[in-house]
Design a protein around this ligand. Structure first.
Ligand SMILES: Cc1cc2nc3c(=O)[nH]c(=O)nc-3n(C[C@H](O)[C@H](O)[C@H](O)COP(=O)(O)OP(=O)(O)OC[C@H]3O[C@@H](n4cnc5c(N)ncnc54)[C@H](O)[C@@H]3O)c2cc1C
Length: 422
């Protein structure tokens, strides 16, 4: 299928990857649905533990959010560590910190498999308002005092060392974060998974899962029936299509990116080459590519219809941050669906022998690899670490099949309006 939203810098610079198909009905220990970071990571980790694994991807590896995101590797979850402690208490916050901040499974995978994906270190959170900066400072202090996690607080006057924009009221630089070429990372994971024995079937959609009393399942695709002892549903924004009940926990929000032509003054725009995300509710996020383009994400649309011209839609956000390149040539524009949950924490769990992990709420580039590995751990019988994420609270969006998206949209529009007023 051609995808009008995937005229992306990533697709244009992707490493070669040979697509495979299979014939006839298949059997395996673990069937993984979805070839994004979550599914690939789960498949790889399951194969490493000796399970026979089939991964089925409706389109191609990295077709979903994993192959089209901002490439920003942001430690943690959408909630600050302090807010996690306030809400869940010290013991659970400690466990979440150990998993989501201290573990960096993406770095581990890149190093172990030699994945070539333009990895850079350094992430800057930039404060849109002085109140945002106060909150950021509070959170950074907490991380330092409580966990010895070193983030650098950047005063407004020093922001110029990191970013050539007068917009921001200060920021936090986290050297543990960074950025990468997400599609090439996904392809690297896919190669490692195949080397470990995973059968990856692209261009094949799972239409239905039938569960049996003994816990095993059959996956009905267009061309085959796949029998499996365990299923991993890693379909994120599409989860509702296969499992309507799980789909109630997320709403897909469309988000858009552009990549400029290579910029002669790129290093002046972002002198430390950090990835930057600001603190607006509809945030701007940007970074340099390996060939010195500015990759800029900004603006959300609550309708599923893409803007007629993505460059025209995103350019004003970029021009507001960097007026000096307001007229830069835009070579690529693309978009994707971010699956968000009610509370912006991922929805991870199991129902019988079906495991699921979705709703990373725009904060999935790092934690999806971890989630996939935790699924494999749990499936192999050690669920302690998996349960730390599975115990995060979650609520379905209200409104049933037809009203869920309009109601969620109303809520999101309210927060977006606050951005403009504030
Ligand atoms: C535009 C955009 C920018 C983002 N920027 C960032 C960022 O900078 N930093 C960050 O941390 N996060 C970011 N995110 C979020 C992050 O990309 C996601 O959280 C993460 O990639 C989710 O990975 P996943 O594997 O769970 O899902 P996906 O990558 O979406 O993979 C799901 C896969 O399942 C397949 N599938 C669906 N249904 C079926 C079916 N029935 N049968 C077979 N296959 C199926 C799909 O084709 C897809 O490939 C961004 C997201 C978007 C859309």
């Amino acid at each position: 299928m051609t995808d009008p939203l995937n005229h992306s810098y990533y697709a244009a610079t992707a490493q070669t990857w040979r697509s495979r198909t299979f014939e006839g009905d298949l059997e395996c220990d673990v069937a993984v649905i979805g070839g994004g970071f979550t599914g690939l990571s789960a498949a790889l980790a399951c194969a490493e533990r000796g399970f026979s694994v089939i991964l089925v991807e409706a389109e191609h590896i990295g077709f979903g959010a994993s192959g089209r995101n901002g490439g920003q590797l942001i430690p943690g979850l959408r909630w600050s560590a302090l807010d996690l402690e306030i809400e869940f208490g010290r013991e659970r916050a400690d466990a979440l910190f150990d998993l989501c901040w201290r573990e960096n499974r993406v770095h581990a995978r890149i190093a172990r498999h030699g994945i070539d994906c333009d990895l850079k270190s350094g992430h800057l959170e930039a404060a849109w308002t002085s109140a945002d900066f106060d909150t950021m400072r509070r959170d950074a202090d907490y991380l330092g005092i409580r966990f010895g996690y070193d983030c650098q607080v950047i005063a407004q006057d020093d922001m110029g060392d990191h970013i050539a924009s007068a917009l921001y009221h200060g920021g936090i630089h986290d050297r543990h974060g960074g950025h990468f070429h997400p599609l090439n990372y996904a392809i690297g994971l896919a190669r490692a998974a195949e080397d470990a024995g995973v059968r990856i079937w692209e261009g094949e959609r799972v239409n239905r899962i039938v569960e049996f009393a003994d816990g095993s399942s059959e996956l009905f695709t267009n061309r085959a029936i796949i029998s499996a002892d365990y299923v991993v549903d890693a379909t994120d924004a599409w989860t509702g299509e296969v499992e309507p009940d799980l789909g109630r926990y997320t709403v897909p929000i469309m988000n858009y990116n552009i990549a400029t032509a290579p910029l002669p003054n790129a290093d002046e725009l972002l002198p430390t080459d950090a990835a930057v995300a600001d603190s607006r509710f509809v945030l701007n996020y940007f970074r340099l590519s390996a060939d010195k383009r500015l990759i800029f994400g900004g603006g959300e649309r609550y309708s599923q219809t893409p803007p007629r011209d993505i460059a025209v839609f995103v350019r004003p956000f970029m021009a507001q941050v960097f007026p000096q390149i307001a007229d830069a040539r835009i070579d690529y524009g693309w978009g994707g669906a971010v699956a968000v949950t009610m509370n912006r924490l991922p929805h991870i769990g199991r129902r019988g022998n079906i495991f699921y992990a979705h709703g990373f709420s725009g904060h999935g580039a790092l934690v999806t690899t971890l989630a996939g590995e935790l699924v494999a751990e749990a499936l192999a019988g050690t669920a302690e670490r998996f349960d730390i994420l599975a115990d995060l609270p979650s609520r379905p969006f209200p409104g049933g099949k037809w009203l869920r998206r309009p109601l969620a949209t109303l809520g999101l529009l309210w927060y977006a309006l606050r951005d403009r007023l504030g």
